[in-house]
Design a protein around this ligand. Structure first.
Ligand code: NDP
Length: 249
């Protein structure tokens, strides 16, 4: 495989495990220096260690709480100190706190909006400052098919993921003049710890809605993110690509 990201510096949030980890591995496998940041510093360290062993590139593990402005700014400062620039940002960290609307607490609403949506604003703002100066950047936000079509028990999550789509299009328009693209990927049902914890009945029900007949793998999402970060996608911005086996078409 050709090394599409040699000399590029990429931050992936929530990369200690799951989809974020697969994205970081994919970018590193193609030459990127990757920053694995996560609220779980231990999992970030483990993933970075794995990447350093497996691929001939640098991997830096950093703690970040993406919902906290000071933490995000400190993380971005560390990256600049270590690598001097940032070329790619993947806003991947996200959580669920599911409940039916009538039972949903304000705490669960606020928490999901903060970790999933406010985080995208905070990280993009902190990183875009550096990208604007170098007149190059690739930003990919991880939305969800739930942001496109909704889901019972996920008003908070659906709103956060739909919010990411609106943010993506507005930021794409604002940053286009500086050669920075901003796109989003909307995964469907992907096998990770986030979906592993769902009841079997719900998993089977979701699978029945997938025309391709299998859950996606984190690597299915990672490949599309890598494409959006590559030169092949340099004329794509403000786009939302579903990676869902046909689930939400
Ligand atoms: P996981 O729960 O497996 O991984 C998410 C990672 O983000 C965890 O390591 C988690 O750490 C970390 N994290 C949580 N909160 C924060 C925070 N405040 N700051 C920094 N890191 C944090 O999730 P997935 O890999 O399944 O999902 C990744 C993204 O993809 C999410 O945005 C999700 O909404 C989206 N997505 C997933 C789908 C799926 O089917 N899996 C479908 C559609 C979208 P910790 O474990 O400590 O919480």
């Amino acid at each position: 495989m050709s090394l599409r990201f040699t000399d590029k510096v990429a931050i992936v949030t929530g990369a200690g495990r799951g989809i974020g980890k697969a994205i970081a591995r994919r970018l590193a496998s193609e030459g990127a220096k990757v920053v694995i940041c996560d609220i779980d510093k231990e999992s970030a360290e483990k993933t970075a260690e794995e990447i350093r062993k497996e691929f001939a590139t640098e991997a830096l593990a950093l703690f970040v709480d993406v919902a906290d402005e000071n933490s995000v700014n400190a993380m971005v400062g560390e990256v600049i100190k270590a690598f001097g620039k940032i070329d790619i940002l993947v806003n991947n960290a996200g959580i669920t706190r599911d409940d039916l609307l009538l039972r949903m607490s304000v705490e669960d609403w606020d928490k999901v909006i903060s970790v999933n949506l406010k985080s995208v604003f905070l990280c993009t703002k902190a990183v875009a400052r550096h990208m604007v100066r170098q007149r190059f950047g690739r930003i990919v936000n991880i939305s969800s098919v739930i942001g496109l079509r909704g889901n019972v028990g996920q008003t908070n999550y659906g709103a956060s993921k739909a919010g990411i789509i609106g943010f993506t299009k507005s930021a794409a328009r604002e940053l286009a003049g500086r050669n920075i693209t901003v796109n989003a990927v909307a995964p469907g049902y992907i096998s990770t710890e986030m979906t592993e914890k769902l009841p079997n009945e719900l998993k089977e029900q979701m699978l029945r809605q997938v025309p391709l007949g299998r859950p996606g793998q984190p690597e299915d999402v990672a490949g599309v993110v890598a494409f959006l970060c590559s030169d092949d996608a340099s004329y794509i911005t403000g786009e939302i690509i579903r990676v869902d086996g046909g689930m939400a078409m």
